[in-house]
Ligand binder design. Structure first.
Ligand SMILES: NC(=O)C1=CN([C@@H]2O[C@H](COP(=O)(O)OP(=O)(O)OC[C@H]3O[C@@H](n4cnc5c(N)ncnc54)[C@H](O)[C@@H]3O)[C@@H](O)[C@H]2O)[C@@H](O)CC1
Ligand SMILES: Nc1ncnc2c1ncn2[C@@H]1O[C@H](COP(=O)(O)OP(=O)(O)O)[C@@H](O)[C@H]1O
Length: 290
């Protein structure tokens, strides 16, 4: 039943199909940092962090854009370490970052983005996925865009893309291929335009069209889960130009797995994608001989 997925992944994303080395340890699979989660949207970073952990990252840390921690421990995921965003942005052991889920655009969020700009303007080799309100803040405060490096990934949905390109959602949707190429050119980084048949533009001539997925993905937090998956693959050592399309494909394929199990598309919730993607990734590596 899973052969079609195995076949596709082996052809397009062989890195997703590799088994874990027998002598691996948690350091082998990197440390993820998820920055965002302003007051009322702690759930966004928690979802992204759980997605990163369960897709195989060695360690996962959350940095809440709040003055103090909203909770001392995640009771249903105590493996995840909790910090304020200000504290986590000082850590030196991070393999990959996701910045923006549930961040909001208020003065607290802006303060976090200024700290992020300071860090990534000098830490130029960092792996970063910019998502959600980080993108909205890039639109509102163009000076923040100095943080973006060529190996970074931006993941706007059509309305975020419209804000970034100072146009309307309708015009983005009218010509999505041109829009994603403009994002890549304008921001000089890997660009993902989300939505039905998400597009990934890695370089001027290098676009990937994702055909997996279903409308079950149209649910709150689904993008936060994608951000967690993508950052997890980066932390595990995948190059950004592969991690971006691979995460887009796996995230959408997980929705297909849930639909096959009759958990969706109607009423599927974002966190359900996590175990489905973990299941699928393990299926992909099952029959591979190294
Ligand atoms: N539990 C939580 O804490 C959650 C927090 N979230 C956060 O909420 C913040 C606001 O994000 P939102 O995206 O909800 O708000 P936005 O105002 O940025 O965008 C939502 C609107 O964008 C348009 N849009 C999105 N996808 C589209 C598509 N494929 N085609 C056409 N139009 C499309 C729709 O009009 C939609 O109502 C973000 O920081 C996000 O991370 C959300 O992820 C939901 C869950
Ligand atoms: N109709 C659809 N078909 C395929 N994928 C979809 C559809 N609607 C949404 N998605 C996917 O779901 C995710 C939604 O992300 P986003 O809009 O950022 O959600 P949120 O902000 O709630 O986390 C994206 O990966 C997008 O490509």
């Amino acid at each position: 039943m899973w052969e079609t997925y195995q076949h596709f992944a082996r052809q397009h994303f062989p890195e997703l199909c590799q088994q874990r080395p027998v002598d691996s340890h948690k350091g082998t699979f990197g440390t993820v940092a998820i920055i965002g989660g302003n007051i009322g949207m702690s759930g966004a970073v928690i979802m992204a962090a759980r997605a990163a952990l369960k897709l195989g990252a060695g360690k996962v840390k959350i940095g809440f854009a709040q003055d103090s921690l909203p909770l001392p421990v995640l009771e249903n995921q105590p493996e995840i370490m909790l910090y304020t965003a200000d504290a986590l942005l000082q850590h030196q052991d991070i393999s990959a970052w996701s910045i923006g889920c549930g961040l909001d655009t208020d003065t607290r969020a802006l303060h976090t983005m200024h700290l992020a700009r300071e860090r990534f303007q000098t830490d130029t080799h960092a792996q970063v996925v910019w998502d959600a309100d980080a993108l909205n803040l890039f639109s509102l405060h163009e000076d923040l865009q100095a943080a973006i490096q060529s190996q970074h990934i931006i993941t706007p949905h059509p309305t975020e893309a419209a804000r970034l390109l100072h146009t309307t959602t309708a015009s983005i949707q009218a010509d999505r291929k041109t829009a994603v190429a403009q994002l890549q050119q304008r921001f000089g980084c890997i660009s993902v335009l989300k939505g039905h048949h998400s597009l990934v533009q890695v370089a001027a001539q290098n676009a990937y069209v994702n055909l997996s997925g279903n409308a079950g993905l149209a649910t709150a937090g689904s993008g936060d889960i994608l951000s967690g998956f993508m950052t997890s693959l980066l932390a595990q050592g995948m190059d950004a130009d592969i991690a971006a399309p691979a995460a887009v494909w796996l995230h959408a394929a997980a929705a297909e797995v849930l639909a096959l199990q009759k958990i969706g598309p109607i009423g599927m919730v974002a966190t359900e994608l996590i175990d489905a993607a973990r299941f699928l990734r393990n299926q992909l590596s099952v029959a591979i001989e190294i």
